[in-house]
Design a protein around this ligand. Structure first.
Ligand code: BEZ
Ligand code: FE
Length: 291
């Protein structure tokens, strides 16, 4: 097919034809869909050259903002709902499997490995909170030996990596479930926080009048051979942002009550001299396809 004198649909068809010889079937399918959708978008909205240039500049700056510490392109995918769309397509196990949600930018490899019952807060500001977790298989039998990464923001709404003056990890840890499936740790009660707003994604939210807020949550990643890796959060019931999450990550089974207690003996035997919170949650893992 000639590449000369083309416009509108004939141009789209010529570009599709130019990729028709792509040897990898899946790559050919993906490239074709990208071309079709991009051309259809431009035609539908009658894209001006100024708008095209603005979009190129926005994407360029989004890419330039990325570093080892920051992934602005994934953040863009998150606020466009693309991340949750992809998660929905790839993690569609029905209940009682715990739903997956966005990974987020604040996971750090190599968090401190702590024993059950320890305090992962490391001095982070916030009210103490005892998390009592359990991991189960699909048939609800307990799963021991599950590696569980936990990370969260403090009550200022900040992750440790967002402080410039911290030299040790805070509010993150790696734990292991016992044979009875239980794992537990002390932390601080999480609070809602805004996603990073000082880059192009913040501009986009501002220009569209959207809130950057996420409802309070604790991140969990649970891994055991023979089971699908679970990346999820547990959200605080009653949070004002549960229905307006900036990244569309809330699923109802992930919401659980956090209960406030007066000073006294906590469920794990710790003597608490101040008020504190407790939360219980069960993570249910799906068997992996290769089982
Ligand atoms: C988070 O929960 O850590 C997060 C997720 C997506 C975008 C920004 C933050
Ligand atoms: Fe988070």
């Amino acid at each position: 097919m000639s590449t000369r004198n083309l416009e509108g649909d004939s141009l789209t068809q010529a570009v599709l034809a130019s990729f028709a010889g792509t040897p990898d079937d899946r790559l050919r399918q993906l490239l074709g869909a990208v071309v079709e959708h991009l051309h259809a978008l431009a035609v539908e909205v009658e894209l001006t050259e100024a708008e095209w240039a603005h979009a190129i500049d926005f994407l360029t700056r989004t890419g330039q903002m990325c570093s080892d510490q920051r992934q602005e392109l994934i953040l863009l995918s998150d606020v466009l709902g693309l991340s949750m769309q992809v998660i929905g397509l790839n993690h569609d196990s029905p209940p009682p499997v715990t739903p997956s949600t966005v990974f987020g930018p604040f996971f750090v490899e190599g968090a401190p490995q702590l024993a059950n019952g320890q305090d992962i807060a490391g001095g982070a500001p916030g009210e103490p909170c005892l998390v009592q977790g359990r991991v189960e298989a699909l048939d609800r039998t307990p799963l021991g030996g599950v590696t569980i990464d936990v990370w969260q923001a403090d009550d200022e709404g900040l992750y440790d990596v967002q402080y410039s003056d911290l030299d040790a990890p805070r509010d993150r840890a790696q734990l292991r479930s016992q044979d009875d499936g239980r794992f537990w740790f002390w932390t601080v009660k999480p609070e809602p926080y805004p996603i990073p707003e000082d880059g192009p994604v913040g501009e986009l939210l501002g220009a569209s009048g959207r809130s950057p807020m996420r409802p309070a949550h604790i991140h969990f990643m649970a891994r055991k051979a023979g089971y699908e890796e679970l990346v999820t959060h547990v959200f605080v019931a009653g949070d004002p942002y549960l229905d307006s999450d900036a990244v569309f990550g809330v699923r109802t089974p992930l919401i659980t009550p956090f209960e406030r207690h007066q000073p006294g003996t906590a469920a794990d035997g710790t003597e608490m001299s101040s008020t504190y919170w407790t939360m219980r949650y069960t993570l249910v893992l799906a068997p992996s396809d290769t089982n």
